[in-house]
Design a protein around this ligand. Structure first.
Ligand code: MN
Ligand code: MN
Length: 323
């Protein structure tokens, strides 16, 4: 299976601080490239944060994530799995957003993912704020609703903001359920915490059968037990994984717009993704990295480490022919 064209550049050949920083040092394969049809997994940037209701910045996420992704090596440190030898992966570039128009940006994102899906490629996305996930789901769930495992401090299930604005990063999964993109009985939200204005989001979750695992339950039960339940909720049908970096405690991931204290540490942040093994992932994203709030790059480094864990689970599902 190993195709030399799709191998990442090794730090033994070119120092990791040198060269053009594509995701994980993979080749850049834009949608009109003649090798597009040979890909199984594509990494995509969505530099867009027009859905942000509080502190902005995730429009700068993909660029900093690409830079820090040069730290990632080809083999997994715990399992030894080598995803780039199991499936062909590449950096598909960025979706070009329209920062002045939310609905046009969403249409552009959906159109981009329609092309990716049409080429038989599973997308792994670096956001962008969490509204980015809605137009991705509009493409991936065209034929049938998906299950979803969602790591976040927030449910992102609110109805609207500011007197009727339906499209913000606090509302994507309310819209996704309303539009039939998600099967709420196969959705599990993990890590929910923080002060609240009201319980409208949690009431909605309960009314449609979304399983919410708040942070106190996560800490009490531990990652193994919680993730066993999450895998059971997703089942064997196609499932999306959406990972908001604010799931992680802000001591480890300060570079985000809406931090909430009392979260998992950086080890647990990776462990929960490793425990997704066996889930039939048809796509995943890592969103809400805001470089202006962490110019050190530590948050982005954790973000790309999470992306690598997600890639390993997806690559195994794809190599096994499950997705
Ligand atoms: Mn979120
Ligand atoms: Mn959040």
């Amino acid at each position: 299976m190993t195709d030399p064209f799709f191998q990442p550049i090794s730090g033994f050949d070119l120092p990791r601080f040198a060269g053009v920083p594509s995701f994980m040092r993979l080749p850049h394969v834009p949608l009109d490239h003649d090798r597009l049809g040979d890909l199984q997994i594509g990494l995509i940037g969505v530099p867009w944060d027009s859905g942000t209701t509080n502190r902005p910045g995730p429009r700068h996420g993909p660029r900093q994530l690409r830079d820090l992704s040069t730290m990632i090596r080809a083999g997994h440190g715990v399992t030894g799995f080598r995803p780039f030898e199991a499936v062909n992966c590449a950096d598909l570039g960025d979706v070009a957003p329209n920062p002045a128009d939310i609905s046009d940006s969403m249409a552009r994102i959906t159109a981009f993912y329609d092309q990716v899906r049409g080429a038989g490629i599973l997308p792994l996305t670096a956001g962008g704020d969490h509204l980015s996930t809605l137009p991705i789901l509009r493409s991936l769930a065209k034929d049938a609703p998906l299950g979803m495992i969602h790591f976040d401090s927030h449910t992102d299930l609110f109805h609207s903001y500011f007197g009727g604005q339906m499209y913000t990063h606090g509302t994507p999964f309310r819209r996704a359920v309303e539009e039939g993109l998600l099967d709420p009985k196969r959705v599990c939200m993990i890590g929910i915490r923080g002060t609240a204005y009201d319980t409208e989001d949690r009431d909605f979750a309960e009314s449609v059968g979304i399983r919410v695992i708040p942070i106190e339950e996560f800490h009490a039960r531990g990652p193994d037990d919680v993730m066993e339940e999450a895998r059971g909720i997703a089942g064997s049908a196609p499932t999306y994984v959406s990972y908001d970096i604010d799931f992680v405690d802000p001591a480890f991931a300060p570079g985000t717009g809406t931090p909430e204290v009392g979260g998992p540490n950086s080890f647990q942040a990776l462990q929960v993704v490793r425990l997704l093994e066996g889930v039939n992932m048809v796509g995943a994203d890592l969103v809400e990295v805001s470089p202006p709030f962490d110019p050190s790059g530590n948050t982005a480094y954790l973000g790309v480490s999470i992306l690598f864990e997600l890639l390993c689970v997806m690559a195994r599902a794809r190599a096994d022919g499950r997705v």
